[in-house]
Write a protein that binds this ligand. Sequence first.
Ligand SMILES: NC(=O)c1ccc[n+]([C@@H]2O[C@H](COP(=O)([O-])OP(=O)(O)OC[C@H]3O[C@@H](n4cnc5c(N)ncnc54)[C@H](O)[C@@H]3O)[C@@H](O)[C@H]2O)c1
Length: 417
Amino acid sequence: MGTPTGSSLPGATAEPAAPAELPAPAAAGAESGPARVALVGVHGFGVHHLRNLERLQGAGVVELVAVADPHPPASGSVPSSAAVFPGLDDLLAETQSLDVIIVATPIQTHAPLALAALAADADLYLEKPPVASLADFTRLGEAAAASGRSVQVGFQSLGSHALQAIEDLLAAGIIGSLQGISATGRWVRDKAYYKRSRWAGRRSINGIDVVDGVATNPLAHAVATALRIAGARTTADVASVETELYRANDIESDDTSIIRIRTAAGLPITCALTICATESVEPYVTLQGTLGTAVFHYTEDRLTIETAAGRSEQAYGRDDLTENLLAHRTRGTPLMSALPDSGAFMLVLEAVRTAPAPTLIDAGYVRWEGEGDTAHAIVVNIEDALERAGRQHATFSELGLPWATSAPTALTIPRSR
Ligand SMILES: NC(=O)c1ccc[n+]([C@@H]2O[C@H](COP(=O)([O-])OP(=O)(O)OC[C@H]3O[C@@H](n4cnc5c(N)ncnc54)[C@H](O)[C@@H]3O)[C@@H](O)[C@H]2O)c1
């Protein structure tokens, strides 16, 4: 097992990573000093990056030289070192020699901003999901290869030290041979969540893909973490993807879904996800072994192993992906969430993007709690449905749930890529 730290990360994936030992300033930044960093998108999840960059700037390993956002940051909310621009084009026109650009903007803006960042000869930290279609993923991969720049994708759970512990326990046969993996996500999101941005809950806007579904945005880490544990990184590592998408909210995209994947090695992965739960619990990935199970609560870096010998639980540390990108630049440390390693995830996104519109769950099976913008939908007995789906690798319709009037849709995986 890896090094237990006793520290666990509270709350959702948006929480900052556990503090890691920072590399010495001279080693971590550009050769002559701190890495020159720009942040695109300063509100929403950009705030997490701002705080992290302030921490890294305090340690002398980065200098936040510029930020871009059409909604300017509140006065005093970005370090005085940072020039403020309304967009990346203006920022790039005025800012020389950037080492790293961090993009934390709405999904549909990722592709053009990422391409512009690479064209500026900077390394890129791109929030998840990397882009909104497989075609854009291919284009971005080609641009990254041609530029020779590095791209880190913001699946921060992939920095967890528990992943090495899982590899070790599988190699040691502690839970026997791995039969399948499930990812279970039960969150609560209210109406305000879908009102916060115009792209929230959209499949596309004016013909531009957004793909803001439960598996591709709020609970995307559940999918990405399950794939990583299964050893499925690139598109070649996935044999099939099926989706069954539903919604209880008045949105275009899905909020309650099954994603069933088979890896090229034949391992089934079933992701059973909702943001219409009775109450939010931390999502988890379950490894189903012949001799026991291992359950990884990835937002908390917490691993629970259960076998005939008993039950054990351990919390692990986590590497910060921005620090990992800096270490990659200066020392060649492997990226923990490199762009090509999002290929398997991108097949899931492509399956969601191209699937039929999600089926509306009959109102008779949806309960609403709360008032006004704080009202949230609860799909009745969804907790039991998610558990059974994950255990049996079955979709909601295959379980015979009365509201599950849809059927699984399979993605045709383009194999020329
Ligand atoms: N890694 C995680 O745990 C995590 C958590 C939440 C969100 N995210 C990701 O972060 C990204 C942003 O999500 P959000 O909910 O904060 O979105 P948001 O709609 O709140 O937008 C974030 C910011 O981007 C700005 N923005 C929009 N278009 C821009 C442009 N063209 N150039 C510069 N700035 C622009 C907005 O004004 C806003 O300040 C998404 O990709 C999302 O999936 C990641």
